[in-house]
Design a protein around this ligand. Structure first.
Ligand code: GDP
Ligand code: IMO
Ligand code: MG
Length: 421
């Protein structure tokens, strides 16, 4: 069984929580793209885990893998392994495997990300983790792979060639070139630390599927942050949609059994870019407070707005979801009426699908439908039919709009706050 799970909006839909819940049914959980721009939260009992690179199945018995399409900051990864070990979760090479071809985020990538963002006339609002520049080097075939980092001589030869070029690039961007060489000794150390975890992820996964084992691919970011199909240029630098999992992991598309979309009951976005239903005033503040909408990675306040059906329809097209997990329904409690954006007005026309270009999406005026809210605390319910009628109706309406079954409703941040239909 091969299942792919992706975010259907702009990230932070609650993928970490849903992966944690589903993972107990899977033998392997694998990250396929992105890097430590991701922040996936898993809360079990009184313990909160904020994961940036380690797959969110870490609290179950699953084997964890980081695929070759991920860009890894080895300092962040080793700190995360240590953080987990401090809480009693041992991350041995039997537990975690990292592909030999995984691209390494170097200190110069981070520096270039920051410098470039400062200079951009139209800011993207990146997480400043070096993601874009690490992917540039992968595409231009000037990457440092984990296998290179773990081989002292190979790493040193690559640095001899690349360091002068990266120093010049940093000077061009107005930065201090010292950062290029300053990081090299630490990085050689990370190579030695991570060497035991090296594996061939595509081979491991295909073998696991051959022998009847189950694999869950954990997406990072969300559909509208996709490098090609997202709201360019306000996107991340990887393919965040389900097809990306096949490409990045080296698994053929005919092996996919399920594609699960994680959809927040409203919408949020961190960083710049269009968000037609954004609520700047009281409603936005209320969603942000009730939903704890502050970035897991950067701590930035998330922009909040009403559920946007056109964007969700596009996410369904981009991913071909077989089912949806609807999260954070509890956050809407007390808002009455609730508004749902059913379409947009653009140039005096009504449309129910987003225009392709961000410059047009920015000009769209949302058309809303008002639906009844509910007052009672729904975070304690575990059975769908025990939810107030208005909450059930809300779920049904989204289901009808998207024409995909909502099989999971999440009604609180904790593992047990979940309704499986
Ligand atoms: P991810 O990046 O998609 O994994 O999402 P994040 O972890 O960055 O952000 C989701 C936030 O919402 C986290 O703080 C979660 O603990 C929290 N969360 C997840 N599901 C629910 C839910 O159903 N209700 C509430 N209130 N919080 C949730
Ligand atoms: P998870 O996996 C929300 C956003 C950044 C910025 C844009 C580009 O937790 O859902 P980047 O650093 O990737 O070059 O930034 O993408 N972004 C995210 N927003 N959740 C994420 O990950 C994100 N990862 C990147 O805020 O707008
Ligand atoms: Mg997140």
């Amino acid at each position: 069984m091969f299942t792919i799970l992706t975010g259907a909006q702009f990230g932070d839909e609650g993928k970490g929580k849903i992966i944690d819940v589903l993972s107990s049914d899977y033998d392997t959980v694998v990250r396929f793209q992105g890097g430590n721009n991701a922040g996936h939260t898993v809360i079990v009992g009184d313990d909160t885990y904020k994961l940036h690179l380690i797959p969110s199945g870490v609290l179950t018995g699953a084997r964890l893998l980081i695929g070759p399409g991920v860009v890894v900051d080895p300092g962040v990864l080793t700190s995360e392994i240590k953080m987990l070990e401090d809480t009693g979760i041992k991350i041995t090479p039997e537990k975690l495997g990292i592909d030999a071809k995984t691209s390494i985020i170097m200190p110069y990538h981070i520096e270039m990300d920051k410098l470039r963002e400062q200079k951009r006339e139209k800011k993207i609002g990146t997480t400043a983790r070096g993601i874009g520049f690490a992917y540039i080097d992968k595409i231009s075939r000037d990457e440092v792979r984990l296998a290179d980092l773990a081989d002292k001589n190979a790493f040193s030869a690559i640095m001899d060639e690349l360091a002068p070029q990266r120093e010049r690039a940093i000077v061009d961007l107005g930065g201090d070139p010292g950062v290029v060489r300053a990081g090299i000794p630490d990085y050689a150390g990370y190579g030695a630390m991570l060497k035991p975890y090296i594996t061939d992820v595509s081979y491991e996964l295909n073998r696991a599927l051959d022998s009847g084992r189950s694999v869950l691919a954990e997406g990072a970011q969300g559909a509208h942050l996709d490098i090609i199909h997202g709201t360019q240029k306000y996107v991340t630098s990887s393919s965040t949609t389900a097809g990306g999992a096949c490409v990045y992991l080296g698994i053929g598309p005919t092996r996919v059994d399920q594609v699960i979309g994680v959809v927040k009951a409203y919408i949020t976005r961190v960083g710049e870019g269009p968000l037609p239903t954004e609520q700047a005033g009281e409603i936005g503040d209320r969603l942000r407070d009730a939903g704890g909408e502050f970035g897991t990675t950067t701590g930035r306040p998330r922009r909040c707005g009403w559920f946007d059906a056109p964007l969700a329809r596009k996410a369904v097209y981009l991913n071909a979801y077989t089912s949806i997990a609807l999260t954070k329904l509890d956050v809407l409690t007390g808002l009455d009426p609730i508004r749902v954006c059913t379409g947009y007005e653009l140039d005096n026309e009504h449309i129910d699908y987003p225009p392709e270009l961000s410059s047009d999406l920015e000009r769209c005026t949302p058309v809303y439908k008002e639906v009844d809210g509910w007052e009672q605390d729904i975070s304690v319910e575990r059975v769908f039919s025990d939810l107030p009628d208005a909450a059930q109706d809300y779920v049904h309406q989204i289901e009808e709009t998207l024409k995909v079954d909502i099989k999971i409703v999440s009604n609180g941040p904790k593992r047990n706050q979940i309704i499986v239909r």
